[in-house]
Design a protein around this ligand. Structure first.
Ligand code: PLP
Length: 377
């Protein structure tokens, strides 16, 4: 039986059209900073890609900077926008790309407030309002959580931040390409995204910086990216990213409703075979494809390995931390016990998945669970 990929929050399969666009771009070798014809042809392709991505995100092309990843974009926003003051506010369920960058700021003498979340993973605006200090420079709150899928009310959090005189950054890596992201309507100052989460290539992302925000460079060297991010641009990667985002944006409404139906099917079928299942988060404001669950007595890592042997790829939590972190900080923050935070399973559904795959996953999952739970008696 062909393998079933249910780990789309870790990464997605590249769209064939994006791969084609990249392959064509690889045969052009000009450096976009060169003045000759080869260079100018690469420059033209790069700027077309910038225009296309800017139009999908509803920002100005001059506000869009290309980076090597979502991680770099997050680091840039935190390290450079954060240093205008002595205090940063973030949430306790951010991705390590934000949390580790905040820790570095703490080493440099900055105070960081880690806001709590409710049991569905939401930040309360009142908690944010209470956290501001005279010297708060930056608030960074993710749009969609990578482990439990919780979607925050970013526009409201940004409004409160501006009323308190600080800048607002949102890590939108799990949101862009999956749910509508309108930079202008959200009225945020900084927004990070990454191509491999929306069927684009790995190793390329971007940071949108609102016009008028004076962000210093994080990577220094040449004068690329309007003198703000040094390093020769990854032209094929950027072209692949633009193609992927165009396609993801075009098909978003249809794809997300299909994906949400598959997530509902998964929840309902699992409830039938395993009524004691616990789903983390709240379905009414969750990323359409992220389902995070726990069954009392389930051993997370063992279940994952057995699912892999049976042909199903899913995850025990954040893919980036699957090797070094056993207890999920996100699940702990929503009030899960250590047992739950160690043993939960994340299934993340994508546009390619089918009902048959979900049904066969539930059948494999329930047989693994039955065997392991009876073996433990
Ligand atoms: N932020 C979130 C919410 C993510 O899920 C990820 C990747 O999993 C990142 C940041 C890092 O993005 P990248 O893999 O492009 O470095």
């Amino acid at each position: 039986m062909p393998r079933v990929y249910l780990d789309n929050a870790a990464t997605t399969k590249i769209f064939p059209e994006a791969l084609d666009a990249m392959m064509n771009a690889y045969s052009e070798f000009g450096n976009p900073s060169s003045v000759h014809r080869e260079g100018q042809s690469a420059r033209k392709a790069l700027e077309e890609a910038r225009d296309s991505i800017a139009s999908c995100l509803n920002c100005d092309s001059t506000e869009l900077y290309f980076t090597s990843s979502g991680t770099e974009s997050d680091n840039w926003a935190i390290r450079c926008a954060g240093k205008n003051g002595k205090h940063i506010i973030t949430s306790s369920i951010e991705h390590p790309a934000v949390l580790r960058a905040c820790e570095e700021m703490e080493k440099d003498g900055c105070r960081v407030t880690y806001l709590p979340v409710d049991n569905a993973g939401r930040v309360a605006v009142s908690d944010l309002e209470n956290a501001f200090a005279q010297d708060t420079s930056l608030v960074s709150i993710m749009m969609a959580n990578n482990e439990i899928g919780t979607i925050q009310n970013i526009a409201e959090l940004a409004r409160s931040t501006h009323a308190n005189g600080a800048l607002f950054h949102t890590d939108s890596v799990q949101a862009v390409g999956s749910i509508p992201v309108d930079f202008r309507a959200l009225d945020v100052d900084l927004l990070s995204f990454s191509a491999h989460k929306f069927h684009g290539p790995k190793g390329v992302g971007g940071l949108v910086v609102r016009k008028g925000v004076d962000l210093t460079s994080f990577i220094v060297g040449g004068s690329q990216e309007f003198r703000h991010r040094a390093g020769t641009e990854n032209v094929p990667g950027i072209i692949g990213m633009a193609k992927a985002l165009e396609l993801a944006t075009e098909s978003m409404e249809q794809a997300s409703s299909r994906i949400r139906d598959l997530s509902d099917l998964l929840r309902n079928e699992i409830k039938k075979v395993c009524p004691q299942v616990l789903f983390h988060g709240n379905e009414s404001y969750t990323h359409p494809g992220i389902v995070n669950l726990y069954v009392p007595g389930m051993e997370g890592e063992k279940t994952l390995l057995l699912l892999d042997v049976k042909g199903f790829a899913c995850s025990g939590g954040a893919a980036c931390s699957s090797k070094d972190s056993i207890v999920s900080h996100v699940l702990t923050a929503i009030g899960a016990s250590t047992e739950e935070a160690k043993n939960s399973l994340r299934i993340s559904i994508g546009a390619d998945n089918t009902e048959e795959e979900i049904i066969s996953f539930v059948s494999a999952f329930s047989s693994i669970l039955r065997e392991s739970l009876s073996g433990r008696k």
